[in-house]
Design a protein around this ligand. Structure first.
Ligand SMILES: [Zn+2]
Ligand SMILES: [Zn+2]
Length: 214
């Protein structure tokens, strides 16, 4: 519903980003054009949104064969166009139902539909661009990997901006592992776990976090 492509394509691109982080082959690294000022600015734009317009397809057969083999996930991926319609139709319908006229429907479509999607896109893109350039790096990542923690984006990104920890420990269910770090996504996973809907969640234990500290 976030208008970010079908789930299998999303995962494939994301895994490729992890496989080649900030090296040639990374679909969206801000270091693509070097580290001098001009190259860095160009790289920032590329990592933020430019990469989406390049002809650089990530083959799901190679990066997400497990998802391609999963019937349910394939159905969700196929439903992507319908979900795009739904993510706009729902606010329109809610606006109309609450306000009573189509004008309210269009107003809700604008703010709770188009503006919401645009803002969320910029937050997601900022994790790809800003969270590989500015912020803190309290955890050890692989060579070349420049992922950072950017507290400013923590709430807006639902915790995703704890990106340095995420790259240091990609399977950790919580990105904001330090005191006072917000991570609403981890809270949602915890709730789903309590409801019994998810299992085998990999929570960051104290040892696990300490072992990855820089
Ligand atoms: Zn990253
Ligand atoms: Zn990741």
């Amino acid at each position: 519903m976030s208008f970010q492509g079908d789930v299998i394509g999303w995962v494939a691109t994301h895994r490729r980003h992890h496989a080649f982080t900030d090296r040639p082959g990374d679909p969206h690294s801000p270091y693509r054009y070097g580290t001098h000022l001009r190259g860095q600015l160009r790289g920032l734009l590329h990592a933020h949104v430019g990469w989406l317009f390049r002809n650089d397809r990530t083959p799901p057969e190679r990066y997400a064969p497990d998802l391609l083999a999963d019937r349910d996930i394939r159905a969700v991926a196929r439903a992507f166009p319908a979900l795009c319609v739904l993510t706009l139709a729902l606010p329109f319908a809610a606006g109309w139902a609450i306000g009573g006229t189509w004008v309210y429907g269009v107003t809700a479509l604008l703010w709770a539909g188009l503006v919401r999607i645009a803002l969320l896109h910029h937050v997601t893109w900022s994790v790809n661009s800003l969270c590989h350039m500015i912020g803190e790096r309290p955890f050890r990542t692989r060579c070349h990997d420049r992922a950072t923690n950017l507290w400013l984006l923590a709430l807006l990104s639902f915790g995703e901006s704890g990106h340095n920890l995420h790259h240091a420990d990609p399977t950790s269910a919580r990105h904001g592992v330090d005191r006072g770090q917000l991570d609403p996504s981890a809270a949602v996973i915890r709730l789903l776990e309590r409801l019994g809907w998810v299992h085998d969640v990999r929570w960051p234990t104290a040892d696990r976090v300490a072992a990855r500290r820089a």
